[in-house]
Write a protein of this length. Structure first.
Ligand code: MV4
Length: 495
């Protein structure tokens, strides 16, 4: 007997497989949905049964709410897991799922709706005495209003969409003269992206760290945190490297921030898995928003706590009490995640869809790969470029870095350009080794300058490897790769 007999996973790629793995361990049958572009995808092969949900464009498939619910009924699924992205934070979908007598494996529609408004969230958390940055509480509707508020709190300020997230529509304003040129596009972007033009002004932190706390809360009000993750290495608000715990965390700071994170969850009457996002700067932290979903980077929290967050989600959604107390969870070691995207980091991260010609994933001590690709798989241009998550755990941060370096070196993906060379460069950078990661890390570091060299080496290495693999000379291939690596190391160490 398990929590559910059958669950439909309303997603694709690595996260669909991740949820199916938890279901398989729990003895729950799985239903995959797939677009016409994904009919040969790994998540369809992995599931117990699959249904075509529509054509490739997400609006016709993975966002096709009515068709997804229809398939859930047709397949006999009792619950739906949304993964992340797509419908994961769509309270209308969650409401429909529940109205249809199915279980939504995620937060309640009510808390999802409340947390979807940044202004509503800030008001709620400010009343609960959680630190928030100075912000225009009722939003701003005109340039004069925005200027008046900004003059009170002092520039620089940042304009944000209340219904937004992930940095969409954000505009930094350094002085009064820039306000008009910033406000109008922000309101237009908010209207077109979220159907709500409400924007607000907030004090801008110039070089903050992005630190978030994982929350687990059952439907009976038991709420715990599973510690912190640092997600500061981003490009245009797309995270690239995450680590747990944050390298700057101290027991005292973690005590204060985790207490605030649990307060945020309880104030929002949050249930299931969620993430409370803070900005940290100069010893102070400020609540930003709640991500009311399972996050891509949940993996590194699983690595340092040993807790399967997806299984916890399923149990909570089935009405179970949390079996964990705060005293039961602790941090062991350090974990890092590198997002492997089918993008060319040397060519402004241009998406590089295509067919996977060679694929060899790393392994060995402390390595985890969550991916949805295989040799012969064609990466579609219709969906986001994340093709795999490479995670490394070590007993210390330095061991995690060393393992990540090794795993990146072992990873062979031929046929599309990927962010592997970028991760190689980041993992070998002194700034990263020193834990000096803030939200402008990539922009301000030399990494993007030296990247072409790494990418070139990576290309050479891959071609050497592919040539040898083609002739079946695996040993020669690995030794050739080792030689390139050794030469690279010698070059790097100047010896
Ligand atoms: C900020 C900020 C600095 N000051 N707000 C980005 C998306 C969302 N998670 C919140 N974000 C930020 N909000 C204030 N008042 C910095 C970020 C931020 C960021 C900003 C620019 C470039 C990259 C960034 C990466 C993470 C967070």
């Amino acid at each position: 007997m398990s929590y559910f007999d059958k669950v439909l996973i309303a997603n694709r790629g690595e996260i669909a497989i991740r949820v199916m793995r938890a279901c398989r361990e729990l003895g729950i049958e799985t239903v995959a949905i797939y677009s016409t572009a994904d009919k040969n995808a790994l998540h369809v092969k992995y599931a117990d049964e699959g249904f075509c949900v529509g054509e490739a464009p997400p609006a016709k498939s993975y966002l096709n709410i009515g068709r997804i619910v229809e398939i859930a009924h047709k397949s006999g699924a009792e619950a739906i897991h949304p993964g992340y992205g797509f419908l994961a934070e769509n309270h209308l979908f969650a409401e429909l799922v529940e109205r249809e007598g199915l279980v939504f494996i995620g937060p309640s529609p009510a808390s999802m709706r409340a947390l979807g408004s940044k202004l509503e969230s800030k008001r709620m958390m400010s009343r609960a005495r959680v630190p928030v940055l100075p912000y225009s509480e009722d939003g701003v509707k005109s340039v004069d209003e925005a200027r008046e508020f900004a003059s009170r709190i002092g520039y620089p300020v940042i304009i944000k969409a209340s219904a937004g997230g992930g940095g969409i529509g954000m505009q930094i304003v350094n002085e009064e003269g820039e306000m008009e040129r910033a406000l109008v596009p922000s309101m237009r972007m908010a209207e077109s992206a979220f159907g709500d033009a409400t924007v607000f002004v907030e004090k801008y932190l110039v070089r903050p760290r992005h630190i978030e706390f994982q929350i687990l809360a059952d439907r009976q009000g038991h709420t715990i945190h599973l510690f912190d993750r640092e997600c500061s290495i981003q490009r245009r608000h797309q995270k690239l490297v995450e680590e747990a715990p944050s390298p700057i965390m101290t027991p005292e700071l973690r005590g204060r921030m985790s207490e605030s994170a649990v307060t945020v969850a309880k104030t929002a009457r949050y249930t299931n898995a969620g993430t409370v996002e803070f900005l940290y700067s100069g010893g102070d932290y400020y609540f930003m928003e709640v991500n009311a979903r399972l996050q891509v980077e949940h993996t590194i929290t699983e690595f340092i706590t040993g807790i399967d967050i997806v299984k916890q989600q399923i149990a909570i959604a089935a009405g179970e009490d949390l079996q964990l107390e705060q005293a039961d969870v602790s941090i062991r070691g350090h974990a890092i995640e590198c997002r492997i995207n089918a993008e060319d980091p040397v060519n402004n991260f241009a998406a590089d869809p295509g067919k996977i010609l060679r694929y060899r994933s790393p392994g060995g001590p402390g390595i985890r790969i969550d991916s949805g690709i295989h040799v012969g798989y064609s990466i579609s241009p219709h969906y986001d470029s994340l093709i795999a998550k490479l995670c490394a755990w070590g007993s210390s941060r330095m061991e995690a870095i060393q393992r990540m370096r090794r795993a990146i070196y072992e990873y062979v993906i031929l046929g599309v350009k990927t962010t592997l060379p970028l991760h190689h460069a980041i993992m070998h950078s002194e700034e990263f080794a020193r834990g000096e990661t803030h939200t402008h890390f990539l922009k301000e570091s030399r990494i993007m300058e030296i990247l072409p060299r790494y990418a070139g080496e990576e290309e050479t290495r891959m071609k050497t490897l592919a040539a040898s693999l083609r002739q079946g000379k695996e040993i020669a291939a690995i030794s050739a790769a080792v030689n390139v690596y050794v030469r690279t190391q010698e070059k790097r160490s100047g010896s």
